[in-house]
Design a protein around this ligand. Sequence first.
Ligand code: SAM
Length: 233
Amino acid sequence: MNNNRFKDWANDYQIFEDLIDKNDKEIQEDVAKLVKNYLPNNESIIFDAGCGTGNTAISLMKFVPNLAIILNDLDPEMIKQSKENLKPICNTCIFKEGDAISVLQDENPFDVFVSVLIIHNIAKERRRELLELAFKKLKNGGLYINGDKMIDDKSPDKFTEKYNKRIEKLSVLKEIGRDDLFEKWTQHEKEDFENLQTIEEHIKVLKEVGFVDIKFEKQLGLYSIVTAKKPWY
Ligand SMILES: C[S@@+](CC[C@H](N)C(=O)[O-])C[C@H]1O[C@@H](n2cnc3c(N)ncnc32)[C@H](O)[C@@H]1O
């Protein structure tokens, strides 16, 4: 898979949530609520891997104002947009451009690791490394939350059907005169499908890495939310 799959997407990213999949908004709110329910104290630090234009952090600010959030993204334009969106509402946000795996290496311990719709973009053979680092950098008892497109092991055929419907829905982009986006996103979605992991595969790696209290929280269309904890040592 291409390393930066979101080059030149930042300006059009919001169209997806507005026209294609309302779950892009829902998942942010659900993740933010899970973080709120977990938070050990008001001083907590969150690491948001693959922050995009800052949607997860915006939801977090709504539910838990004054949170310290480290927003990371590989794409410089995404980081620029997330700064524009967050600076007016978050004076405790820090922005870090770069590959999440490299950025995490130098990070100080944090309380919560959040990833929303990023892991499927990372080459399969590197995903474990990301989870190992998230585990290493979380404080004891820290929370891991991942919301992502993952194949439902219980009904893979139904998942494929839903996925094909999503691809069909992209034709709405042609109706608004964005044939360019239609071509680009159709190709992107097809490529995604080839690289998805199942929910059980994800949970298996979390166990192997050392996480405990692993929970499948909920499913929103093609997306699933999984949480886990770093044990107390
Ligand atoms: C589908 S967007 C999701 C953005 C945001 N989390 C949200 O939910 O709105 C995926 C984001 O992950 C970023 N990304 C992909 N691979 C990455 C990596 N290895 N390190 C950091 N960010 C990455 C992309 O640049 C893109 O902004």
